[in-house]
Design a protein around this ligand. Structure first.
Ligand code: IVH
Length: 658
């Protein structure tokens, strides 16, 4: 056999084995024999470079390293789906469809939680792969997609076609990856979706090749001659071409659809990959044009989204948290469990009324979920699993200072009204330094608690006296010299904050972020505000009686007056500096600036971000939301890519800020 033929035969064999292993999940050859064939092909290609082909399985090992991602314009936009959150909303969808057309079947598939991608094949050969991007323009990820073993580099037919699907990582691959990262002291990925996103946005395809990515293909973007085929035919056709396709179910009625969606939801944990819903599509593709589209999504399909995930765990104790205002919140201590990608060991129980109405008892197995998908809360008790737990009894004294607790006006909550309760002071300090208030990086809960317990910081002004203890902190509190310098610098820098941050940081009851901005803008200085009466405050549009009274009461207190005086003498700015964002577009978002920006200095860029409520930090981590990468951005950009964090170049940065 001549070399060319031999190479082709080997490629065909290896492609076949790849397909059996990665698409059918049914290997017919041992790993050793496979490796042997692969090596043989590699050697032949090396010896005969003229025969190297971009669709050879040897291309999957990666090696292409890019400087950046090229933009790819989608010939047909990549839309998204509208959502249905329950059976009624699925019925509404059915009604909408049936108003336009009669006689439809539906196809139900699992909604894989990964990232959408588009693949273009010419004469059966993969030529381009792109991310969804904004739906109109995505990024070229061909080099990385080629490393995904379930994506055919060459189809079973020499067709030219553009297909769409979801790139994802299995739960098992995700766990293995995180284990390896932990060993290598690299940050863990939050969930398989982030891991997949981070991997597909690697500039170096060798890295992507190691990440065990996978892909389901679920539709054809461009159809010419077979517009009458049904969606289920399309899936079968895609499978025939060699793609990995989603299992699907054809349903004759919306009731069958609902049943199928519920079946998928109740078995979601049995899937090898994360799914976050089910996708329902009209099966008759010839009806798509008639049913039509909204600007963002087709009207002939809908995503059925699962309920926020609830998990069961044991509640081993109930503790009580004393808030800054003295409010007492019961907190459930739990045996740690994973909920939607993070480990949860505490959950709120809101107040004693909440516990009593649900008869929640220490030792119970409880159902927990993330309220608004963020804050874990106890939902209910699994009564069948209860043994002999005794009823919950609410405390009547403050757990920190033992003062007798009082009911709030609404009767729902209990408060510690002792003005010198240490827990309240600690919470006040934590609030003052927090991200949305004075935003002192490095002065988090743990550090403040340490300083508080050691007696370095008892009041807010003490924060600005910490530098006097610099040497002691290095030796006693076990601080590195570098980190204490950084912390003290950050504290010093916070003195320049505009008034609204200081005002919010003081933690005056009912004075939240928005009210602080309104007040700072109106009065211009803290001292002007201190002279305000209920009337002057309520004359401002957004300020009602409750807030006005709270302000007057706060400023009337002598100890508050002397604390404010103290802060001023320590050099803390008490004036409004004029940059205020009304409900900033980046409220609570963390940015990292890296590389050189042409039109802004670092400080200007930072100010622009902060003006919109964002925060700028120095290093990229899982907590970073966006990395703004200018020219010659180096390791920070690389890390952002690695972690799957959104990256903006200067043009994008300008666009977004405008
Ligand atoms: S069909 C017009 N089918 O869900 C959009 N999407 O907003 C057609 N997804 O990011 C999408 N599994 O990538 C479809 N079986 C499936 C899917 C699926 C996951 C993703 C899709 C998109 C999002 C919908």
């Amino acid at each position: 056999m001549d070399v060319k033929k031999k190479i082709e035969a080997l490629r065909e064999k290896i492609n076949r084995y790849d397909y059996e292993y990665h698409v059918l999940d049914a290997p017919t050859i041992s790993d050793v024999d496979y490796d042997q064939l692969f090596r043989e092909l590699l050697e032949l290609e090396e010896a005969h470079p003229a025969y190297v082909s971009s669709s050879s399985p040897t291309q999957r090992v990666g090696g292409v390293v890019l400087d950046g991602f090229e933009k790819v314009e989608h010939t047909i936009p990549m839309l998204s789906l509208s959502n249905a959150f329950n059976a009624d909303e699925l019925k509404d969808f059915d009604r909408r469809v049936k108003k336009l057309v009669t006689d439809v079947d539906y196809v139900v598939e699992a909604k894989v939680d990964g990232l959408a991608a588009s693949l273009r094949y010419e004469d059966g050969v993969l030529v381009k792969a792109a991310t969804r991007g904004n739906g109109e323009v995505g990024e070229d990820i061909t080099h990385n997609v080629k490393t995904i073993k379930s994506v055919p580099l060459k189809l079973n037919k020499a067709v030219s076609i553009e297909v769409r699907g979801e790139i994802f990582m299995t739960k098992a691959a995700f766990l293995r990856l995180n284990e390896a990262r932990e060993k290598a002291q690299e940050p863990r990925f939050k969930n398989p979706r982030n891991a997949a996103a981070g991997s597909i946005r690697q500039l170096d395809s060798k890295v992507a090749a190691k990440r065990a990515l996978d892909m389901f293909v679920y539709s054809i973007a461009e159809f010419d001659d077979d517009a009458t085929a049904s969606h289920s035919d399309v899936i079968d056709y895609l499978a025939d071409l060699g793609f990995k396709t989603n299992p699907y179910q054809v349903c004759q009625s919306i009731d069958d659809v609902i049943e199928q969606c519920e079946t998928i939801e109740s078995t979601r944990h049995a899937f090898a990959y994360d799914i976050d819903g089910a996708v329902v599509k009209v099966n008759q593709r010839e009806l798509y044009k008639r049913i039509g589209y909204t600007a963002k999504s087709p009207k002939w399909a809908i995503a059925f989204k699962f309920k926020a995930e609830e998990v069961i765990t044991k509640m081993t104790d109930i503790t009580f948290q004393v808030g800054r205002t003295g409010q007492i919140t019961p907190v459930a201590i739990l045996e740690p469990v994973e909920v939607q990608g993070s480990t949860v060991s505490r959950a709120t129980l809101h107040n004693d009324g909440y516990i009593k109405s649900r008869d929640i008892r220490v030792g119970d197995d409880v159902l927990i979920k993330k309220a608004g998908d963020i804050i874990p809360e106890v939902v209910s008790v699994i009564l069948e699993r209860r043994n002999h737990q005794s009823r919950f009894v609410m405390i009547d004294k403050c757990p920190k200072c033992q003062s007798v607790l009082k009911r709030s006006d609404s009767e729902a909550d209990l408060y510690c009204n002792n003005p010198s309760c240490p827990a309240k002071h600690l919470e006040t300090l934590i609030h003052f330094a927090s991200r949305r208030a004075m935003n002192i990086e490095g002065l988090g809960n743990r550090i403040i608690e340490l300083f508080f317990n050691e007696g370095y910081v008892k009041t807010i002004p003490d924060i600005y006296r910490l530098h006097a203890h610099r040497d002691e902190l290095i030796t006693k509190a076990n601080f590195g010299e570098k980190s204490i310098t950084k912390l003290l610098d950050n504290i010093e820098a916070s003195k320049q904050n505009s008034l609204e941050l200081l005002l919010f940081g003081l933690g005056i009851r009912y004075v939240g972020q928005k009210v602080s901005k309104v007040l700072a803008k109106h009065f211009g200085s803290l001292f002007a505000m201190m002279d305000g009466s209920v009337e002057t405050f309520t004359a401002i549009d957004e300020i009602g009686d409750k807030i006005a009274e709270s302000l007057v009461q706060y400023f009337a207190s002598e100890s508050n007056q002397s604390m404010i005086e103290d802060l001023k003498n320590l050099g803390v700015n008490t004036e409004f500096k004029g940059i205020v964002s009304e409900g900033g577009a980046y409220d609570g978002k963390t940015f990292v600036l890296t590389g050189k920006l042409n039109d802004y200095t670092r400080d200007e860029a930072r100010a622009l971000i902060e003006a919109q409520g964002g925060k700028v930090t120095g290093s990229v981590s899982n907590k970073t939301d966006v990395v703004v990468a200018g020219e010659d951005a180096g390791s920070k950009k690389a890390k952002a890519l690695d972690l799957g964090i959104e990256i903006w170049d200067e043009t994008r940065f300008k666009e977004r800020l405008s």
